[in-house]
Write a protein that binds this ligand. Sequence first.
Ligand code: UGA
Length: 362
Amino acid sequence: MVFIAVGTPSRRGDGHADLSYVYGASKEIAEAVQGFTVVVTKSTVPVGTGDEVERIIRETNPAADVAVVSNPEFLREGAAISDFKRPDRIVVGIEDERAREVMNDVYRPLFLNAAPMLFTARRTSELIKYAANAFLAMKITFINEVADLCEMVGANVQDVARGIGLDNRIGAKFLHAGPGYGGSCFPKDTLALVKTAQDFGTPIRLVETTVAVNDQRKRAMARKVINACGGNVRGETIAVLGLTFKPNTDDMREAPSLSIIQALQDAGADVRAYDPEGMENARKLLDNVHYGRSPYDVAEGASALVIVTEWDAFRALDFDRIKQAMKQPIVVDLRNVYRREEMARHGFRYLTIGRPQEEILP
Ligand code: UGA
């Protein structure tokens, strides 16, 4: 049995996945296999890749006796081991019945946790992975747009999320409104699904719109900060807390912080930023940012402090100390970490995502 897990294929300029590594691995496997071998693709690959892997193996070594299987992973960065041990489901796409028993054996140690094992056709399994990520991205985008509406009508998006999430048909997860989704998976996989669907003449408009709305949202968050500062940040210092696309990772890929900081710089602001893990990677992607040693360090002289990523380290900040360091006490919390009353007590103007916007001034 052999696993192909070459990481998530990157995107070529035309939006399609670059499968050269997957195909390269297939050739190497073809040259090495002896006896019946199950070849399992773990990487997120477009529909039909399993067919191509099988074709390459047979072409390279006509004597190879292989069953090519799709077994997508649904692990989250930073929670991969627990997600692996307690999966909601295990999806296995097979075309050769002999692979079923082998795959059942592979996952037997997890049966104690009663994870449902779903066997499907190979192309179906490949599509399940994209459909799952696209659906989650759509769910986040939905609540983000509802959050914008909440701000206009004076409703609270966290209560709306709870109110709809308690309905089992909807589910409570992935309903945290924020600055837009990022990372190496959702942006890439939504775009790949859009391209595949267009290629086959069956566009998935909901996902097309999700991609567009999410892209615009990231930059729009900068506008929120600028408005909080009275419409002009030229020459002002803005403190940014959190750079990675989510907490507990140093991953900066497609992080909302990138678009937000660039838009703030375009508007003439000086940006000071702090992140517990992401600063080394951020340095490669962002110019002219002053990286601080702590939240208190970056707050020095700032006209607004923006929480972009909800690291635990930002959940219990000493706001008296922050207020003393800042030029004016404005906090824009893009992850809804704090309670308005608490921030008002400390004398801050506090702006959030999708919560009633009446600002309690000190
Ligand atoms: C995602 C999926 O959750 C995994 O199931 C999948 O296996 C993985 O992609 C993949 O394809 O490899 P990941 O990218 O690690 O995992 O991160 P998530 O925890 O899903 O978060 C993605 C983005 O959505 C982050 O920017 C996060 O801040 C944002 N998000 C998430 C929200 O804005 N609101 C939420 O309620 C949840």
